[in-house]
Write a protein of this length. Structure first.
Length: 555
């Protein structure tokens, strides 16, 4: 386990040193951080700023679990660094728990194989670019993955020895207490995972399937009623822990009941759910509230197949496939049907569900990418074991005149699998570095747009900062300027009119070409047209894909 920690710290440390990046990018990371600040201000009684871009009412989009992580980080450091550090810690923790989970699932193998399989899976995780770039960012995906993996591991651990006489060899009292703690903490971990990302509910799938196999497949000499009580005790504890984990979300909704009464909460969830359709599985062009997007491949190909081979897109390397297939074959050969059913369902159900959405988000695949690494680790370790056995047979049976053919073939096949694994590691690390370069370029673009925006604003008195209307880079500009800012996507004509009547300079920043293409025919395009008709928009220049305008009243 210490080797996993050391490896993660080495990889993360190198990347952070080589590619300076503050963990904030796009829109969501800024939103998470400033919504957490708004929550903390609300808790401490601090009044909101005028024209605040973020408020606690906006949390109907996401559950508040990651915000709690960021609040803790803000209390520790006073800024974003504390929350980012907690996120990085969960990234290391996810690799460690994956290592432990492999050993729990592959329990019939020798200790050497279990340890080696866990090391391969755990050490390969930081080389998955999507995982690492999310783990080094102020984003909720990796913390949710950590808590979800921990929930699965603890649940499996508590159930594997849940019935005395089945597998615990007598069950000492201390071991029983540990199983009780594992079930309760496992449920709590799953509750926290869902509290961070609602999609973490998919982690209940491997738990339910594995427990169903254990419940109906195990035998015991205990009386039926006693056996039922013992078997149900741990799932009940798990559910109790889960209820405790999601309690903060219930408290949030209780204290913000206006979101329910005015329909904001149902509308926010309904918009996302209503976009789901089986027709999207084989579609490559989809339309949602963000406009119309055309992808290179259908949704099902992106979520179900691409994670298997496309490291350039931040997934696993195709060179891992021989090891992955070997892992599946080894699971079948050992007749680990509960393990096989658990892992396959864990992979297929969320992949198929996401294929029905209208978004191709690489980070969504983190829900089931660990399955592919588990199979890869099991396959690599099994191949090493077979290779060692074959070499021993060759050494024992070989003569000057005749060599055993089957062991030689086994060694040759093992070499192909292991060479593929090595080639995949090389390919994957290049992908990680490439994606970190992309994040670094994002920050360069942000600074170019920021400099042009400041230039357009000119000098201004401290009590009358410029007023900023933006789209696409709104959150980043607010972060670096702290000017009164509104998001064009969320503001109607009345809000815009009121905002632009305030004294001081008024600046507009938006990607004009994208609005004319992707967003054509949407309310956003209508607001852009309204601004052009109602005000004089004086272009100050362009940077990256954005154009900066001064907004002036028409004569």
């Amino acid at each position: 386990m210490s080797s996993i920690v050391a490896w993660c710290l080495l990889v993360f440390g190198y990347l952070l040193k080589r590619y300076p990046y503050d963990g904030l990018y796009g829109q969501d990371s800024y939103a998470y951080y400033y919504q957490a600040r708004a929550l903390l201000d609300e808790f401490t009684g601090k009044p909101p700023q005028a024209w605040a871009l973020f408020s606690t009412d906006q949390l109907y989009h996401w559950p508040i679990g990651y915000h709690i992580h960021l609040i803790l980080g803000q209390i520790i450091t006073g800024g974003v660094d504390g929350g980012r550090a907690i996120t990085i810690i969960t990234a290391v923790g996810a690799a460690v728990v994956l290592y432990l989970l492999v050993g729990e699932l592959f329990h019939t193998a020798s200790r050497f194989v279990r340890v080696l399989a866990g090391l391969v899976a755990g050490m390969a995780l930081p080389l998955v670019a999507t995982f690492t770039r999310m783990g080094l960012s102020v984003m909720a995906d990796v913390p949710a993955l950590f808590w979800g993996l921990l929930a699965i591991f603890l649940c499996l651990r508590s159930w594997s020895q849940s019935v005395p006489g089945e597998s615990d060899g007598g069950g000492a009292q201390t071991t029983g207490k540990r199983r009780v703690a594992s079930a309760l903490i496992g449920g709590l971990a799953l509750g926290i995972a869902v509290l961070i990302r609602y999609a973490s509910a998919f982690f209940i799938i491997p738990v339910v399937i594995y427990l169903a196999f254990r419940f109906f497949g195990s035998r015991s000499a205990m009386p039926a009623k006693t056996r039922l009580y013992v078997r149900l005790r741990y799932p009940v504890l798990f559910v109790s822990g889960f209820a405790l984990g999601i309690l903060p979300q219930i408290l949030y909704l209780i204290t913000h009941t206006h979101l329910l009464s005015n329909g904001e909460l149902p509308a926010a969830y309904g918009d996302w759910i209503n976009g789901w359709s089986p027709a999207n599985l084989f579609a490559s062009t989809v339309t949602n509230s963000d406009g119309t997007a055309t992808f290179p491949q259908p949704m099902i190909a992106f979520y179900l197949l691409q994670p298997l081979y496309d490291s350039d897109q931040g997934f696993l390397s195709g060179y891992y496939i021989p090891a992955l297939l070997s892992g599946i074959a080894s699971t079948v050969q050992r007749r680990l049907w509960p393990v096989l059913a658990t892992l396959v369902a864990w992979w297929l159900v969320p992949a198929l569900f996401y294929s029905g959405t209208t978004y191709q988000a690489h980070r969504f695949a983190l829900t089931y990418l660990p399955v592919l690494l588990i199979f890869t680790g099991i396959g690599a370790a099994t191949v090493v074991e077979h290779c060692m056995q074959a070499l021993r047979r060759i050494s024992e049976r070989s003569t000057a005149l005749r060599l055993p053919i089957r062991p030689i073939i086994s060694v040759f096949a093992s070499a192909i699998v292991l060479l593929g694994l090595a080639a995949g590691v090389y390919k994957a690390q290049g992908s990680v570095r490439g994606w970190m370069q992309i994040h670094e370029s994002f920050k360069v673009d942000e600074q170019l747009v920021l400099a042009l925006t400041r230039q357009a604003a000119g000098a201004y008195p401290p009590d009358s900062p410029p007023k900023l209307v933006a789209f696409g880079m709104t959150e980043a500009l607010f972060h670096y300027t702290q000017w009164p800012t509104i998001e064009l996507f969320n503001s109607d004509d009345a809000v815009l009119s009121s905002f632009l009547r305030a004294p001081g300079a008024h600046i507009l920043v938006l990607p004009v070409d994208a609005i004319s293409a992707q967003w054509a025919g949407t309310p956003l395009a209508g607001r852009w047209s309204w601004l052009q008709q109602t005000y004089n928009l004086v272009p100050e220049g362009s940077a990256a894909t954005y154009t900066v305008f001064k907004i002036e009243p028409k004569p």
